[in-house]
Design a protein around this ligand. Structure first.
Ligand SMILES: NC(=O)CCC(=O)C(=O)O
Length: 304
């Protein structure tokens, strides 16, 4: 593992995307327009972001019956060069072009991915450099399978398989750890990424209106404080005409657990400035990162 880049100040923009319908072309076109709006700092109201983020399943409806319909083959192998021009994924081509056109890092939400060799489906995030290269992917590790009687039943595992790897990418300003939505409920994933040097964790997401009110902010602030990292989740806007009602409230939390920026539930863009001093001061003042007692809980340190 190479050493993490030094955390530098940078600007982050989360696109809380709305107007998602059945038509993938229209969804992709709207996402491209919103990326352009984010990069403009929402018409000059904010500094140009260094990193723009889209939400989970940003180009389709969200549901286990939809995943096979919208799935695309990506064919990315970590550590190997990837030829965008011969990619079979329409979404990869659109996102790569947007990142390159605007010269910005782009964390392209997630899309349903079909692995060609096995036929398995995954919920997959893709990440692009300002040159438009595909530099990382993350397949959702913990599938969203819940059943709260009378409220919500959702089983991603009815059509999706779980990813098996922890993923992050390096920019010139931070090492950024990846997860997708339900992954936030598993502190082990965030903790391991932080211990691998990630100073910022970003999870494209789509919480719901049952669990969102109690858990959305709590989980993000918990992961931020546990690990003394910046933590952020980017949701779609809420659309009561769809079967799945997203919680919205895209958010950025600092390493002390303070909410730096938060949306309501409509379509919008959340802007935040990441200040390394907050992380440095949190770690200096409350030095939990150097006070761990792996002699007491050795299982937790396995593999690191
Ligand atoms: N898309 C998801 O993984 C939703 C997770 C969620 O809503 C939760 O409560 O957890």
């Amino acid at each position: 593992m190479s050493s993490a880049p030094h955390l530098k100040p940078f600007n982050l923009a989360l696109i809380q995307l709305g107007h998602l319908g059945k038509d993938k072309d229209a969804n992709l076109s709207h996402a491209s327009d919103m990326i352009a709006r984010a990069v403009s700092g929402d018409g000059g109201l904010h500094p140009k972001p260094d990193l723009v983020v889209l939400p989970e399943c940003f180009n389709s409806l969200y549901g286990h019956l939809q995943f096979p319909i919208y799935a695309e083959s990506i064919g990315y192998t970590p550590g190997q060069p990837y030829d965008i021009a011969s990619s079979q994924s329409q979404s990869v081509k659109v996102l790569s072009a947007a990142a390159k056109r605007h010269g910005v890092w782009l964390l392209g939400g997630s899309i349903p991915e079909r692995e060609k060799s096995s036929g398995k489906l995954y919920n997959t995030t893709t990440v692009y450099s300002p040159q438009g290269e595909l530099v990382a992917i993350h397949r959702k590790v913990h599938l969203f399978d819940i059943d709260i009687p009378g409220k919500i039943k959702f089983k991603e595992s009815e059509s999706l398989s779980a990813g098996n790897t922890l993923n992050y990418f390096d920019t010139e300003f931070a090492r950024i750890g990846l997860g997708i939505c339900y992954d936030v409920r598993f502190p082990e994933l965030a903790m391991t990424a932080a211990r691998k040097g990630c100073q910022v964790l970003i999870y494209p997401s789509a919480f719901n209106t049952t669990t969102g009110p109690l858990h959305w902010e709590l989980l993000q602030r918990a992961r931020a404080v546990d690990n003394q990292v910046f933590f952020s989740m980017c949701s779609p806007a809420r659309d009561l005409e769809q079967d799945y009602h997203a919680w919205g409230h895209s958010m950025v939390v600092d390493p002390m657990g303070k909410v730096l920026a938060e949306a309501n539930h409509e379509e919008t863009i959340v802007f935040a400035q990441i200040d390394p001093k907050v992380l440095e001061e949190a770690r200096a003042g409350i030095p939990v990162t150097t006070q761990r007692r792996f002699d007491v809980y050795p299982d937790v340190s396995n593999g690191l």
